[in-house]
Design a binder for this molecule. Structure first.
Ligand code: NDP
Length: 288
């Protein structure tokens, strides 16, 4: 029997509708949630992502600003703008679109974002908070995966989760979030020997590598939940995930497609983090 498809577009619509109500309530009370997106240079993919984020904000009742800098902008100039945004009461979430140009130290730029406005959850404080189980803002992609598991009624506690990939933005936070929810977690990397021996033991398999269709059906346990984070552009221009969807869907219990799986959830969770930040700002204001 073919796997149940976890429809990221439908789930994202559902989550956005729930959070839109919260954004509207805030706005009625005089605090419209606001997101500032900082972009440096003219990477075409980044420009598309930023425009999509701004549009998604508008659709969800969030005010947004795009702060675009030319490729040759200085690091100090960008940090100065972030510090202004840190002080700006209209802005509750700040996101720096990555990657930054080579002459930038991403760590320094991210560190200049106020912790309580770090909607991407990449600030070192927020990374530490996540690892110690005191999450402030969960990073959007793994947060989206957790939300999909929850919405699809897939239990995590007591399950064996295998995460393939250990990047700071996907693999590592994903592994910690699954661990926090009671899964036994294995993390695989490019250095892992006998990858299939690990992936075959996964009840929940999350793949975030960036290699088209590298996870084949023989690497998957029957009935497993397979979450494909990968986004790869093929020579013919089509988009493919890291999982051989057509074959694996005949073996898995649940599977995410690419496109239309994790991608729409990632942007959605950015909106949720921004609304959450605005709710916290309002609560803090009420206490003063
Ligand atoms: P990175 O390139 O930063 O990390 C890739 C990871 O995969 C590394 O940890 C690497 O291991 C590991 N890896 C590489 N080859 C293998 C292999 N043969 N076996 C096992 N592990 C391997 O990528 P990201 O985490 O940033 O992104 C991963 C994918 O997810 C990309 O396709 C990206 O486009 C996509 N993505 C999708 C998002 C969405 O919203 N859906 C959001 C963010 C990313 P090592 O550390 O040892 O090199």
């Amino acid at each position: 029997m073919s796997a149940t498809i976890m429809d990221g577009n439908a789930l994202a619509r559902e989550v956005r509708a729930e959070w839109k109500v919260r954004a509207e309530r805030l706005t009625e009370n005089g605090v419209q949630p606001g997101l500032a997106v900082v972009i440096v240079g003219d990477n075409p993919a980044s420009s598309i992502y930023v425009r999509n984020k701004a549009k998604a904000c508008g659709d969800t009742g969030i005010y947004s600003e795009i702060h675009a800098f030319p490729e040759k902008a200085s690091q100090d100039e960008v940090i100065q703008r972030i510090q202004e945004l840190n002080r700006n009461p209209r802005i509750h979430g700040i996101l720096v679109q990555l990657p930054l140009p080579r002459h930038f130290e991403s760590g320094k730029i991210i560190a200049s974002i106020a912790v309580e406005k770090d909607a991407d959850g990449f600030h070192l404080y927020n990374v530490g908070a996540l690892v110690t189980g005191n999450t402030v803002f969960p990073p959007c992609t793994p947060y989206g995966v957790m939300k999909m598991l929850e919405k699809c009624g897939i239990p995590v506690e007591g399950k064996h989760a295998v995460v393939v990939g250990r990047s700071n933005i996907v693999g590592k936070p994903m592994a910690f979030m699954l661990l926090q929810h009671g899964a036994t977690v294995t993390i695989c990397t490019s250095k892992t020997l006998e990858l299939a021996e690990h992936t075959k033991r996964a009840d929940i398999l999350v793949v975030a590598v960036g290699k088209p269709r590298m996870i084949t059906a023989d690497m998957v346990k029957p009935g497993a939940t397979v979450i494909d984070v990968g986004i790869n552009r093929l020579p013919d221009g089509k988009i493919a995930g890291d999982v051989d969807f057509e074959m694996v869907k005949e073996k898995a219990g649940h599977i995410t497609p690419v496109p239309g799986g994790v991608g729409p959830m990632t942007i959605t969770m950015l909106l949720c983090n921004t609304i959450e930040a605005a709710e916290r700002a309002q609560t803090a204001q009420a206490r003063v």
